[in-house]
Write a protein that binds this ligand. Sequence first.
Ligand code: BTN
Length: 325
Amino acid sequence: MRTSIRQQLIEALSGAGGEFLSGQTLAEIIGCSRTAIWKHIEELRKDGFVLEAVRNKGYRIVSTPEDITENDILFGLETDKFGRNIHYYESLGSTQKAAHQLAYDGAPEGTLVITEEQTSGRGRLGREWYSLSGKGIWMSLIVRPDLPPQQAPQFTLVTAVAIARAIEEITGITPEIKWPNDVLINGKKVVGILTELQAESDKISSLIIGIGMNANHEPNDFPPAVEQTATSLFIEKGEKIPRARLIQAFLKNFERYYSIYVTEGFRPIRILWESYAVSIGKRVKATTVTGVIAGRAIGITDEGVLRIEDDEGVIHNIYSADIQQ
Ligand code: BTN
């Protein structure tokens, strides 16, 4: 079978080892016109390939939509600090664990640990986090805010808003946020956030924000335990997601909202968060360590705490719980 021009173009550029190939050379290798090359280059760009074009040199492949190595994330990254120091691994037990060690050893704020696959990924409440190779985004970000430890939970909400915005920018889909840390599309979980703290008595020393995004999973990629409740961006959008672009969009939005939070306080973030919130105004059941509270979720406080009004009109502040609707 004859390979398509597109496929031959990808192969030629990938095989050039990062060197430039002129339009003329590509046209000769593939046996088509230079106009056809140009047209396919534009299509590849639309599909998330990053291709550099330099006059008199030609084209060079910088990254494919599949890649999430350090260079793929750095090329086109619009942040000053977040994601500027990247530790990329093909496989790792947990990015959370590696980031804790790096933070302990003094890694700077903004350091990102990212891997293709986690062999012992962990979720909230001691649960396992299933981290399939090559399809998801499994990463942990080191943040060092000059704030007291009580403000740590707010960062889960800052992160959720940054993720929701990034998903909107890359896919055009507006997700919903379920307090405190789930990002949903059509009622199914697409992203989970795990915020962990290293603190001295009155000050955060570092926050390790772990993010698990189901990016390019197909329906049968999920294990039976979550196949009814989980989804991926690919399933919802019907198109492969350029993971490096999504990571860049998240880092850009995180840097922005973090700066708003530090300079203006949590209120603007709370308003944004509530605009994505799925539970507010609805009846929910919160399972906490001390018992179950049922009632109407009426909002979150400026500390990021969920407020539930029960049937007797009593308002409960929920700091940590599993929420069912
Ligand atoms: C949740 O339970 O919803 C939170 C899931 C957090 C998973 C991410 S994946 C990257 C980082 N490393 C881990 O081991 N967990 C977090």
